[in-house]
Design a protein around this ligand. Structure first.
Ligand code: FAD
Length: 467
């Protein structure tokens, strides 16, 4: 069956970027078609990314917190793991959110077309779906095709014991020995889940620190806290994997490489994601895609073809859902004739690990590379009443100020709830707040957030009482 559709706006891909663009465009009175190759809306984030990983991290946190209570006089005993039920819980979380998006699309009269879409010209997209072919003729298009996992040439591809983040989230089993290849955010989050469920987890990272994008001192706190939990091999790489019947035998090279081959039951490959720019036949519309698959855009999110926009992972780093959503709003508003550009001062990054690592704005390393005249104020949580009462004093709050003016340029937090706390620093950076603004803001006691206020007081040289 062939279906011809005419629309003012077609959005290719229904991840956080795509559905946000479609909804904003519809709210602004435009006629919108949303094309998605999965069976549900929500993209990587809702189906196989942000949300399912957080559902499983919640399970891991409860297990770990319960175990830690033994030293405070409450013993729960060993957890009984029912993988089917954990999977059901995770699926119910996904279903609730993706189903909600379906309802929101309907309420806005956004037409959804399920199937794989490709440009056939700069005015048409053809979609191949279960219900046949659709040809969509559009005035404007927004490419929100997202990204895919990167795989490595020397790792067996069709062996079910080698998994990527999507495979890890499927939670088919809990392997006894698991190797996480790549010490970035996704690898560490999934490692946290499997460790809590009972796996012995090793992490191998080519760089000399985990989460290379974050400042060393922040990551050091995480690494020290977890050095007994995980076998962490920094400055080391995997050079070969020999798949045998009784396991995957891995050869390492580098500073902390173990001798000979090491056997694992499962390997999680988490070495990054690549943009899907080459998968939408962009050339048929005359849209330039670089050799890596990224699509270059202006600050209005326009590609080199004026009426075709691109947003989200497919336009560049950081590949994060909240960046995609904000870009989406700009693209939709520009199409609707509003004046708007994407020009944030900062985009927050969070590793939802234990402890969490969160940073925003300029890092200390970046500030040094850029020759900025900064002053750093650190507040160690060993002096925080709330951290002490929670038995989690390993954390710290770090604020980066412009030395001359005291303006907040960035900040980083490592510790429990760091991700939730970071919002205040985001707001400070985005609004151009200075240390005095933050220091004079009364932070409730006893909270971990007080540490942000105290860090600002440290910069001001006016710390009166530590919480
Ligand atoms: P995507 O979410 O990738 O969506 C693109 C959609 O387009 C997909 O559904 C795809 O099927 C569809 N599509 C592609 N091409 C076509 C086509 N030709 N026709 C039709 N449909 C097409 N980010 C965070 O901010 N916080 C987190 O905690 C976080 N956790 C993550 C955990 C994991 C395990 C992973 C893998 C990622 C995580 N991310 C997180 C990253 C986040 O998922 C992405 O940045 C975000 O989903 C990008 O949104 P997007 O709209 O650009 O693309």
């Amino acid at each position: 069956m062939s279906n011809d559709i005419k629309t003012q706006v077609v959005v290719l891909g229904a991840g956080p970027g795509g559905y946000s663009a479609a909804f904003r465009a519809a709210d602004l009175g435009l006629d919108v078609v949303l094309v998605e190759s999965r069976k549900t809306l929500g993209g990587v984030c809702l189906n196989v990314g942000c949300i399912p990983s957080k559902a499983l991290l919640h399970v891991a946190k409860v297990i770990d917190d319960a175990a830690a209570m033994a030293s405070h006089g409450v013993t729960f005993g060993a957890p009984k793991i029912d993988l089917d039920k954990i999977r059901d819980w995770k699926e119910s979380v996904i279903g609730q959110l993706t189903g909600g998006l379906g309802g929101m699309a309907k309420a806005r009269k956004v037409k959804t077309v399920f199937g794989y879409g490709k440009f056939t010209s700069d005015k048409t997209i053809e979609v191949e779906g279960e219900d046949g072919k659709s040809t969509i003729t559009f005035d404007n298009a927004i490419i929100a095709a997202g990204s895919s996992v990167v795989d490595l040439p020397f790792i067996p591809k069709d062996d079910p014991r080698v998994i990527d983040s999507t495979g890890a989230l499927e939670l088919k089993d809990v392997p006894e020995e698991m190797l996480v290849l790549g010490g970035g955010i996704i690898g560490l989050e999934m490692g946290t889940v499997y460790k809590a469920l009972g796996s012995n987890v090793s992490v191998v990272e080519f760089a000399d620190q985990l989460v290379p994008a974050a400042d060393k001192d922040i990551v050091k706190v995480y690494t020290n806290y977890n050095k007994k939990k995980f076998n962490i091999m920094l400055s080391t790489k995997v050079v070969a994997v020999d798949a045998k019947d009784d396991g995957l035998y891995v050869t390492f090279e580098g500073k902390n490489a173990p001798e000979g081959q090491v056997r694992y039951d499962k390997i999680l490959v988490a070495v990054g994601r690549k943009p899907n720019g080459h998968l939408v036949a962009a050339d048929k519309a005359g849209v330039n895609v670089d050799e890596r698959g990224f699509i270059n855009v202006t600050n209005e999110l326009r590609t080199n073809v004026n009426h075709i926009f691109a947003i989200g992972d497919v336009v560049g780093q950081p590949m994060l859902a909240h960046k995609a959503v904000h870009e989406a709003h700009v693209a939709a508003e520009v199409i609707a004739g509003k004046k708007h550009v994407f020009d944030p001062r900062c985009i927050p990054s969070i590793a939802y690990t234990d402890p969490e690592m969160a940073w925003v704005g300029v890092t200390e390393r970046e500030a040094k590379e850029q020759g900025l005249n900064i002053e750093v104020a650190n507040f160690p949580w060993a002096a925080s009443g709330r951290a002490i009462a929670s038995a989690r004093t390993e954390g710290k709050t770090k604020m980066i100020f412009e030395k001359e003016t005291g303006r907040v340029l960035g900040g980083a937090i490592v510790g429990i709830n760091a991700g939730e706390m970071l919002g205040e620093i985001c707001l400070a950076v985005e609004m151009g707040a200075d240390a005095e603004d933050v220091a004079l803001t009364i932070h409730a006691h006893p909270t971990l957030n007080e540490s942000i206020g105290v860090a600002a007081e440290i910069f001001e040289g006016s710390v009166t009482d530590l919480p």
